[in-house]
Design a protein around this ligand. Structure first.
Ligand SMILES: C[S@@+](CC[C@H](N)C(=O)[O-])C[C@H]1O[C@@H](n2cnc3c(N)ncnc32)[C@H](O)[C@@H]1O
Length: 210
């Protein structure tokens, strides 16, 4: 039986795609992923299956095609960080999968900041609700995946509301792409700015508290 490949392609720019990721994609018949991710790999000449936010469609497609074709889910960052790994392992079992790691958005941003991420709490507000204030009560530094609703400006607004107006926010936008921006400021400085839909945020308490 064909294994289902899940390949992490890093933050987005082709130079952060590992040689192992390319090898794993080359070994497959079909690449499955978001349009932007798949466009980067059209040159591999593989059949492509584009899926959106409805993972039900993806699961059905895999069920119908996995016996006849070697399938490969192409995901941003690392497959094990708020990605498809849990879903596909839960549905098909770990033994049915082959996983190739990728450079996660948090690894990329911390390397650009020249800071270690070992003490940072990793959190996702991507399609989820998490009580950020509760996490901040216990952690000095939090990395957050954002989405269209939980934008950097909305996070800044929530932080001010929760009394964290002196905290430091760093927004990493379009990381690794030519239009990358990394901006640091207090929530009052971030709240008025608009960013693209591809952002992560690092929130750090200052020595004086927040
Ligand atoms: C479904 S999560 C996937 C996270 C991914 N598995 C990882 O390891 O980074 C998608 C979120 O990752 C973040 N993200 C992924 N690539 C990014 C990039 N190039 N620049 C900024 N944020 C990015 C955004 O917060 C986006 O909403």
């Amino acid at each position: 039986m064909n294994k289902i490949a899940i390949v992490g392609i890093g933050p987005g720019a082709p130079e952060y795609v590992t040689a192992a990721a390319v090898k794993a994609m080359e070994a497959c018949d079909v690449l499955m992923g978001g349009k932007r991710n798949l466009d980067t790999f059209r040159h591999l000449g593989k059949e492509c299956y584009v899926f959106g936010s409805d993972t039900g469609d993806l699961i059905r497609y895999i069920e119908e095609n996995k016996a006849a074709k070697k399938l490969c889910a192409v995901v941003t960052g690392d497959p094990g960080f708020y990605s498809l790994l849990d879903l596909l392992a839960g549905r098909f079992g770990e033994d049915a999968l082959e996983v190739t790691p990728g450079i996660s958005s948090f690894q990329y941003l911390f390397s650009r900041l020249k800071k270690s991420w070992k003490d940072c709490k990793l959190l996702s507000l991507h399609g989820r609700h998490a009580a950020l204030a509760k996490v901040l009560a216990e952690e000095k530094q939090v990395f957050v995946l954002t989405d269209r609703t939980n934008t950097p400006a909305k996070i800044a607004e929530d932080l001010i509301e929760d009394g964290y107006e002196n905290i430091t926010m760093t927004v990493g936008e379009n990381l690794s792409y030519p239009e990358e921006r990394i901006i640091t400021g207090k929530p009052s400085e971030i709240i008025s700015q608009s960013f693209s839909n591809l952002c992560v945020v690092v929130i750090e308490k200052n020595e004086l508290g927040a």
